[in-house]
Design a protein around this ligand. Sequence first.
Ligand SMILES: Cc1ncc(COP(=O)(O)O)c(C=O)c1O
Length: 395
Amino acid sequence: MPRSSIRRLFTSAFALSSEGVKVYGLHIGDPDFDMPQRIADGVSDAIAAGHTHYSPMAGIPALRDAIVSHRQRRMGIEIPRNRVIVSQGATQALNSSLQLCVDSGQRVLFPMIYFPNYIQQSTLAGVEVDPYELDESFQPVLEKLEQQVTPDTRAMLINTPSNPTGVLFPPETVRALYDFARRHNLWVISDEAYSDFVYRGEYLSPLSIDWEYPEEERRVIAVYSFSKSYAATGLRMGYMLAPNDSAAFRLELMNEPLTGSLTTPLQYAMVRALEVDDTAERRDALLERWQLAGELLAGCGLKFASPDGGLFYFIDISPTGMDGDTFADRLLAEEHVAVVPGSGFGLVGSRDAAGTLAFTPNALAARCVRVSFAAPRADMEEGVKRLVAFIRRNS
Ligand SMILES: Cc1ncc(COP(=O)(O)O)c(C=O)c1O
């Protein structure tokens, strides 16, 4: 299984800061905001009330109901409670969704630049990955999709806004991807981890399109995370929404071997999280950092696709003559700024004659680096200034 390049840089940055060096950490997608107090209180209140035992496999009813109401307010659709399956972060929800939709040896379509967990989970499940092409603006090349479907293709993954590109697929693109999946009877796994952080453009979820169709034709499993929306990455809470009873039942069943039951006090805390809709506060704070980072980066002299949402700029640094890995290593050593090489976001697996799987980055990913603007504002500003100076010195 490939190692994530995020972790590689994390380890190097950690080693440097352990030596007492101030490192400007633009590598991690973890907003520095304090988690709302009501969530922390929710954990301790639940423990004090004795909610410390196993809980129902799909999650406690109060949380599933709170999620139903939340989605109804957000999207105007009323998901039946039995279709809501609580998970250990979006990470586990993605893993369960993949295992539900695609058996070992079958195939899934991912964007060619993607969140590294997708390839790790596919590799663990023995699932074959076909990356779908993105253009220079990181939008899907729709005309090429048809050629990639095989009789073994079972699912397509959509992540908008994306980690790492930050790009939002416009409504017509989401619709085209959905129609494509429908034509080929594919599942759609929609990773909505950043759907609360959109700074411009119109956001359309594949789930909204799915609800235009009768229930027996629905195909979207939507995956959500409490991590970024509620500044609670360490609590590891998320959920998935199933399109029909049978999928819901199977996803619930998978919670048993994968989690043994979700952490009970944290589920009570997430009920509290959803009592107040304050995600816009964090979105606005990030929007301000997104703007500032964009203004500073404009001075680097490189062309790059500005993100529409999420937490990252994904920049082609090839005019510096370096690949993303060399660039990230040198930037850390010379400027003490940590960014993530793009290579890990575009690994493609291939087997040698003996059947051993090896991973190499695609050319687009290899010439990029991912820059997070979720770091504390002052660190982000200084880090991006140093990054810009480094690019100018090397261009
Ligand atoms: C696109 C994307 N999906 C899913 C996740 C996983 O989120 P969680 O912390 O809820 O497991 C992340 C985390 O960085 C992400 O970037």
